[in-house]
Design a protein around this ligand. Structure first.
Ligand code: HEM
Length: 443
């Protein structure tokens, strides 16, 4: 049996469709070929098989003998470093993942609530009244601050200011695919091109990160601290070894890159959906006022279903995969098409409607709801991201009367590895209440 069928367009056309109209392209492929098909991307030697049936996804994500599809390290390694969890494979990946999981455990989240609440409160206070602004960039400011303070454990002061400034610049300059390609293309020509500018910025960020790591090492309360950098510093591999400074630096960069834009984008989509669905918004406000969080959780689950931020989370097969009428040979690159899985009518009646109620009685099926990928590489920060989203939504919705600046639904555009709201979700704050003691969000 060969690979599933592929569109009768050139690799260039497929790549362009994927880059500029990803959802329409996937929908077309589903209508024409069904649950699985193969897509060719320019620059990749092999096609990528896309699957959307939960049984096939389960088979893929529970298979242990798998690697990563090519391409990730080309763009990511220069910034993330060789010990990044997003790049390592096999035993090296597993040993680090084991060490990094406990700080991200759901229970831990509760200790981060005061800092997160403070960050969101200060951000809300800075918003203009009765004037349109894109909420996506404000969500980016919140998620960056959350990573700097809760994950990196940087205290108020000049280093926090410089890191915030440098990282905002670095992240915005590396966010578009075009900027990355230009930088890579000019890499070999020396001089003062985008690549050199990027390397100089990265060196400066690294200096700040190493200074933070060095300062953490001198802290007498390191063992008691709850920021994730401190927890990683006191953790030990099975052979009793601790992580060295350059490895810690790679993990900080990875957590920043994996956790900042993704969470901000998920929040922006949630606002876009909620503000266009007044009944759901009213129900959410009511339940928050009653101190409940079931509807809040269901809203987040539904938003991540309808607008999954990361569209693909693929693997390279090391051995044959047989599932759901497919027989894929070793060496095949295969990924769930996350949005197609999330919009299957057999799993979700009225799949394109925003209906948080669908998740009130029961959570989603494991392999039918995969915004965080799955298996041995499932998102390490999933609990953290959902917890942060609950706090941000609760604070914003209890303190602000918001409306969308325009009634139209946001279009999707690709930004880095994410599918992002094209116009940044412009909103208007019509009224703002003073901060008050909010009910705790359960971790
Ligand atoms: C809504 C927000 C987020 C979304 C949608 C998201 C999504 C994803 C996806 C799809 C993957 C790949 C999973 C796979 O290949 O199976 C991933 C991996 C990862 N994410 Fe997230 N993520 C989010 C937030 C975060 C946060 C807040 C952090 C940490 C602060 C984080 C850290 C990571 C790490 C370290 C990995 C690599 C895991 C590994 O390879 O073992 N993510 N994420």
């Amino acid at each position: 049996m060969g690979l599933p069928p592929e569109p009768r367009r050139s690799a260039l056309m497929q790549t362009l469709r994927w880059s500029f109209r990803p959802l329409a392209f996937m929908q077309e492929c589903r209508e024409r070929y069904g649950d699985s098909f193969s897509v060719r991307f320019v620059g990749f030697e092999r096609p990528m098989v896309m699957i959307s049936d939960p049984a096939a996804i389960k088979a893929l994500y529970t298979e242990r003998d798998i690697g990563l599809p090519p391409g990730r390290n080309l763009i990511l390694e220069p910034i993330l470093g060789p010990k990044s969890l997003l790049i390592l494979e096999g035993a090296e990946h597993l040993s680090r993942r084991r060490l990094m999981l406990p700080p991200f455990h759901g229970e831990r989240m509760r200790s981060y609530e005061p800092a997160l609440g403070e960050i969101v409160g200060a951000e809300i206070d800075s918003w203009p009244l009765q004037r349109e602004f894109p909420i996506h960039s404000r969500m980016q400011a919140i998620t960056l601050e959350a990573i700097l303070r809760v994950v990196f454990g940087v205290s108020e002061g000049p280093r926090l200011e410089r890191l915030r400034g440098m990282l905002t610049q670095l992240l915005s300059e590396t966010s578009s695919l075009r900027a990355q390609l230009v930088a890579l293309a000019t890499r070999r020509f020396g001089g003062r091109g985008p690549w050199e500018r990027f390397e100089a910025q990265l060196r400066e960020v690294d200096e700040l990160l190493y200074a933070e790591i060095a300062e953490h090492r001198t802290r007498p309360d390191l063992e008691e601290r709850t920021d994730i950098l401190s927890l990683l510093m006191v953790a030990r591999f099975e052979d009793g070894e601790a992580m060295g400074d350059s490895e810690l630096r790679d993990h900080l960069m990875t957590l920043l890159l994996a956790g900042h834009e993704t969470t901000a984008t998920a929040l922006a989509w949630t606002f876009d959906l909620l503000l266009r669905h007044p009944a759901a918004l009213a129900r959410l406000r009511e339940s928050l006022a009653a101190g409940e969080d079931d509807y809040l959780r269901a809203t987040i689950t539904e938003s991540l279903r309808l607008r999954p931020v990361v569209p693909l989370a693929g693997r390279r097969l090391h051995r044959e995969l047989v599932a759901d009428g497919l027989r894929l040979p070793p060496g095949t690159d295969v990924t769930p098409a996350i949005w197609l899985t999330h919009t299957r009518a057999d799993l979700y009646p009225e799949p394109f409607s925003f209906r948080p109620e669908r998740f009130l009685e029961e959570g989603p099926e494991t392999y039918g709801w995969i915004p965080f990928g799955g298996g041995m590489r499932r998102c390490l920060g999933a609990s953290f991201a959902e917890f942060e989203m609950r706090i941000v939504l609760r604070e914003v919705l209890t303190r602000c009367q918001l409306r969308k600046a325009s009634p139209a639904a946001e279009r999707t555009s690709r930004r880095n590895i994410t599918l992002s709201p094209r116009d940044g979700t412009p909103v208007v704050v019509e009224a703002r209440h003073q901060a008050r003691e909010s009910a705790a969000v359960t971790a």
